[in-house]
Design a protein around this ligand. Structure first.
Ligand SMILES: C[S@@+](CC[C@H](N)C(=O)[O-])C[C@H]1O[C@@H](n2cnc3c(N)ncnc32)[C@H](O)[C@@H]1O
Length: 183
């Protein structure tokens, strides 16, 4: 366990400009960001697999006939996740969030994103958000973890409702639950 933690710190620090983090998100954040997934959820898309901690939490909540597409730009992280998680419901894709629609053709029940939106060019973020809104089923959620409450506008520009929940962690996590209300 300690070795896994140390490895994640080393991997995340090595790639901090892309990961936007020094270590993996906390259990509290994992719990809150996955709170919209229930037994009716079939198709989930994750942006920013990292070393797979949120990925595993999503799989724990997903029904047996569900499917999770998880996107990560760092191929080496996906190699680690492949070794750690063997689950037929999981499809790992080495590509950016903004290209997810090349691989996911069905309507989506939930998006879970931990990509560093403050480090990625704004036009790339907005493209990913707009494509996500288009692919999302009505009534469903795009959930994003951030470490600041000051980027709500980006999400409100695309989604119909945005609610921010805090997750007690260091640093404090701000989970943006963004809902699509109209078709
Ligand atoms: C803050 S880390 C989160 C990793 C893990 N999900 C967690 O919560 O600990 C963000 C991850 O997003 C990946 N990433 C950055 N830009 C991305 C993009 N455009 N599409 C998909 N993944 C991206 C990074 O390589 C990194 O692994």
């Amino acid at each position: 366990m300690a070795n896994t933690f140390l490895k994640s710190v080393v991997d995340f620090t090595k790639n901090v400009k892309t990961t936007g983090a020094l270590y993996q998100t906390s259990k509290q954040i994992e719990k809150e960001i996955c709170s919209k997934i229930d037994q009716e959820t079939k198709i989930v898309v994750e942006f920013g697999t990292g070393l797979g901690n949120i990925t595993q939490r999503i799989l724990d909540k997903l029904p047996a006939d569900g499917k999770l597409y998880s996107f990560e730009v760092q191929a080496e992280f996906l190699e680690d996740v492949k070794a750690l998680i063997q689950d037929d419901r999981l499809v790992l894709i080495n590509d950016g969030a903004q290209n997810f629609d090349k691989y996911v053709t069905e309507k989506v029940d939930c998006f879970i994103s931990s990509i560093p939106v403050t480090l990625i060019p704004k036009e790339v973020v907005m493209l990913a958000l707009e494509k996500s809104y288009a692919a999302l089923k009505v009534g469903k959620y795009f959930c994003q973890v951030l470490y600041s409450p000051f980027h709500k506008k980006k999400f409100s520009a695309v989604f119909d409702e945005v609610e921010i929940k805090t997750a007690a962690s260091v640093p404090l996590g701000f989970i943006h639950h963004c809902q699509k209300i109209t078709a």
